[in-house]
Ligand binder design. Sequence first.
Ligand SMILES: [Zn+2]
Length: 298
Amino acid sequence: MKRADESASEAAEVRRFWQRLGLPGLVDIHTHFMPERVLRKVWSYFDSLGATNDDLIWPITYRTEEAERLATIRDFGVRAFTSMLYPHKAGMAEWLNGWAAGFAHRTPDSLHTSTLFPEAGVESYVREAIEAGTRVFKAHVQVGAYDPADEVLDSVWGLLAEAEVPIVIHCGSGPVPGKHTGPEPVGRVLARHPRLRLVIAHMGMPEYEDFLGLAERYQELRLDTTMVFTDFAERLEPFPRRALPRLAGLGDRILLGTDFPNIPYPYIHQLEALERLELGDQWLRDVCHDNAARLFGL
Ligand SMILES: [Zn+2]
């Protein structure tokens, strides 16, 4: 946890970052806001990771009350952010979506976020969520332990493709692999729904190059930067230097994401990690603001 004077100086650093680029602020498409007791469970999961594996010691930097977390992200000058939440079992998604609709209502600078799970009724609650103004979905293949190409989801992906609603999907095999993680299952979904607006969370860590390949093949596929290129991620799953030109080539489809507040380092570090790739100021402007502003019509 951070002291008040540290918080003020970090906010000033974050603002200097986007002001130097001439941006009106940041758009962060991968932040977590969820019901308090669910968030506590997520935090205790990260606490337990560190207990069994020294490489995964994961102190949550912004372990504060929701109001304080919102004040922090606004102090950073984040113009729009999401409330990524996700079920680990059937029967939870609809309840989470109800909470998220309330959060979006009381947090007008957030992008209304919903989630889904392969279960009976999923098509109808996804349809309702779209009609209620959901701007983005979150799907978590590793935590949910489901195959994204499960036939129960086929009509749901069709619906989302038609509505052009982006879905941030955690489908890479980091920090730990799941039964259905990796590029292959998502590749099957894209083969059936090539216009689906998937945003690959964490750039598909650690299968970065496979997911870059999918983005080169499917024009509506995007990738978020969440945790990638940071010292923490580079130590565990380094991004291959040889793939940097491909990252430059996809500069219009890479979106800033951070995992705020569940990160084991200060927010500014993610921004510095992008800057030190030396892909240029225009790339940073696109990634940190303009691509998401265009995608969400901000
Ligand atoms: Zn996340």
